[in-house]
Design a protein around this ligand. Sequence first.
Ligand code: SF4
Length: 448
Amino acid sequence: MTRTPAPAPAQTPPKVGIVSLGCPKALVDSERILTRLRAEGYSISSTYDGADVVLVNTCGFLDSARDESLEAIGEAIAENGKVIVTGCLGAEAGLIREKYPQVLAVTGPHQYEQVVEAVHGVAPPLSHPFFDLVPEQGIRLTPRHYAYLKISEGCNHRCSFCIIPSMRGDLASRPVADVLREAEKLAKAGVKEILVISQDTSAYGLDLRHAECKWRGRPVKARMTELCEALGELGVWVRLHYVYPYPHVDEVIPLMAERKILPYLDIPFQHASPTVLKAMRRPANQEKVLDRIRNWRTITPDLTLRSTFIVGFPGETEADFQLLLDWLTEAQIDRLGAFKYENVTGAAANELPGHVPEKVKEERWHRLMAHQQAISNARMAAKIGSTIEVLIDEVDDEGAFGRSWADAPEIDGCVYLNGETDVAEGDVVRVRVAHADNYDVWGEVVRD
Ligand code: SF4
């Protein structure tokens, strides 16, 4: 009698938990790390107690974000005990080790190899990982229908309030063929919206001297305009974030008019007063920028501009602040985020003279928000009666909501379709706008 050998007992894959803090760029880092670990046979745990090791991907941009990161590390240690720290705050290993000596490893931003090695050390991978467990487009932490596409790391600017260049280094762009291949895989996997991110999207490829790569049988330059043209061929929404106001940004506006990419630009202007911008070490000719914005809107009238501003920067006078309000009246920014200046450990701005008292910062912040509210109200009211394209984000028994071209996920508004249940997540539908407040709109699907 022959006997069939008993199958070897199935190995249980080690489990990794992750706490991902910070901006979409950090989220993309987390996705890359998880993609790599999944490829090696690890499984992902959604709870602390189910994990063999917990990764905490930290943010260290503002002091408040550093505090939140340190708190998250403390929680992971208390709940699980086996903790590896990575991300922006990882650049300050001494600080982390001093507060939490039990942390198993600390790695800096985008040190994927080191993070993976540290995980191997704590929870070794299975000897025969099943590589085909990983979808071709990688592991994503975003819903299936949209994804962030990181095109570069680091930044060549030295804004005086920012420590990103010291944490993440100078600009390091990904080769254009890599970026486009990733975007193609995303589109093939059903992603309907690609959000292009970096520290400085308009500088893309400068460090590569705009090196060409072959894509779809033709050469494409590593340069923002050429990248946008190529992404525009994929048949999905393409949204640009973190664009620095270089003159060549003008080149992508016609692509928006032709609907190759979304008519949406996220440009953190930060201020309008030449004196403050100079102290920030940013381009200081906002009059010229106003002319450019007018020109952009002539070419693409429905262009949505998102921006962020800092109030109470050291040395900001009442006249500087008033100049900012006047500039906003002219610029008609659609979506605005405002922050009260705060010191960031290691930033040059900490040493500037003329720090503004907290009470004044607070008062200016409220004035700025009230000023912008009037602008937003008018711009949103102008949408009533128009028909817009909407990407559906969620549907339940009571209706659906999604976003238009003017709305980036998480940071902008929504389009609400009360009572609409005949759509699915990821659908793109046409909606007639019936009502708007200064942030969101409500409407009905147009079926013809
Ligand atoms: S451009 Fe952005 S990332 Fe670069 S230094 Fe300035 S604020 Fe920091």
